[in-house]
Design a protein around this ligand. Structure first.
Ligand code: PRE
Length: 363
């Protein structure tokens, strides 16, 4: 049989393929070890272009063809890229929040309501706490609709220092009083590590706002307390940065974390932010934490609240967050995007027919 016969040549290629495969995997194992070493070194970057350049130079010194030099460089660049991804994957596997570390969903217990158990829920209330009467009116209506989680901002981080900054502790007291009277749970934002202890007396869920997603001292402080945390994605945060922010909290011992996609900043101006809807299944796949979508802040448009909430629930969100105000026109913040009470009732009816069915049954 001549060496040039096709089956023989293919057999030889198969043989070489197996050798390449074995060498690639051997290389990958060494790269994983390098990744482990790098993890131990403070300030050592996984990506090392200088090292990659040295490797390419060495290869080019020995390269004789028939492949073009650029082709070889391209192939090896792909190998470096895959190696980096392998090191990153190993790093992600080690995260406490990762699905690899814990395959089962974490259920976040908000006074007996288990967010993440597969039931779809709603967290609603005014953007900012303005008065007892305002919060009470909204809470009563939401309670009537079967909701148990009331949101409201007492500390308001605003773009302008001259805008209403919230009622502070007085606002937390109002939320607590209304929650006690209506049997609801309070979700409210805390801005500084010093306020975390104080907040424990008033809130059932500590919210970390988008602007504080990488306030690492605040993340560590809420990680040390025994209270559920609702962590919002930063304005320009990648999913990876968002997951690492949650890791900061969990690394301190608190595993009761809900992740909230609230839109990211892009060049698009039709909505206030761009709702990254694909973040929902990605976060659910990568982590074991419940995922919430804030339709008010992501869209900034009342006409988009129902469709985006439907999309969020369809794609796997555990809960929807939205804002309601008795008289949005006079609201001290976000007046254009908050629903009034009849609108919020319509919103819930559209999204949650089973809720209405249950209410009808119980009447
Ligand atoms: C490796 C991978 C990524 C780096 O950018 C540089 C090189 C490689 O695959 O050769 C390995 C590695 O992490 C390293 O040598 O530092």
């Amino acid at each position: 049989m001549s060496r040039n016969e096709l089956p023989d040549l293919r057999e030889e290629v198969d043989e070489i393929n197996l050798q390449i495969l074995s060498l690639l995997n051997k290389r990958a194992e060494i790269v994983q070890e390098i990744g482990e070493q790098k993890k131990k070194g403070v300030g050592v970057n996984r990506y090392d272009p200088v090292r990659e350049r040295e490797s390419l130079d060495l290869l080019m010194k020995h390269h004789e063809g028939p492949f073009e030099a650029s082709t070889i460089q391209h192939i090896f660049k792909e190998i470096f890229k895959a190696s980096l991804e392998l090191q990153e994957d190993d790093n992600r596997k080690a995260l406490l929040v990762s699905r690899k570390a814990q395959p089962d969903n974490t259920l976040v217990d908000v006074n007996g309501v288990k967010v993440g158990d597969g039931e779809q829920r709603f967290i609603m209330g005014p953007c900012a706490v303005e008065s007892y009467e305002q919060v009470k009116e909204v809470a009563l209506s939401l309670k009537d609709q079967g909701l148990t989680m009331l949101r409201g901002g007492a500390f308001k981080p605003r773009s302008s220092p001259y805008d209403f900054q919230g009622l502070g502790e007085e606002g937390l007291k109002i939320l607590k009083d209304v929650a006690d009277e209506t049997g609801m749970s309070v979700v409210s934002e805390i801005l500084t590590p010093q306020d975390v202890e104080k907040a424990l007396d008033y809130v059932d869920v500590i919210q970390i706002g988008a602007r504080n997603m990488q306030n690492f001292e605040l993340l560590k402080a809420v990680g040390r307390v025994n209270k559920p945390v609702l962590l919002k994605r930063g304005l320009s945060a990648t999913i990876d940065e968002f997951i690492n922010a949650a890791e900061y909290i969990m690394s301190q011992g608190n595993d009761q974390i809900m992740l909230c996609e609230r839109g990211i900043r892009t060049y698009e101006k039709a909505t206030r932010n761009t709702l990254d809807i694909s973040a929902v299944p990605i976060l659910k796949k990568e982590t074991h934490l419940p995922v919430i979508v804030d339709v008010t802040h992501s869209t900034g448009r009342k006409d988009l609240l129902v469709p985006t909430a439907k999309a969020a629930l369809a794609i796997g969100a555990d809960a929807i967050m939205a804002e309601v105000h008795p008289d949005p026109a006079v609201a001290l913040s976000d007046s254009a995007q908050q629903m009034n009470i009849p609108e919020s009732q319509e919103f819930l009816k559209e999204l949650n027919p089973s809720l209405n069915l249950n209410l009808a049954k119980s009447m």
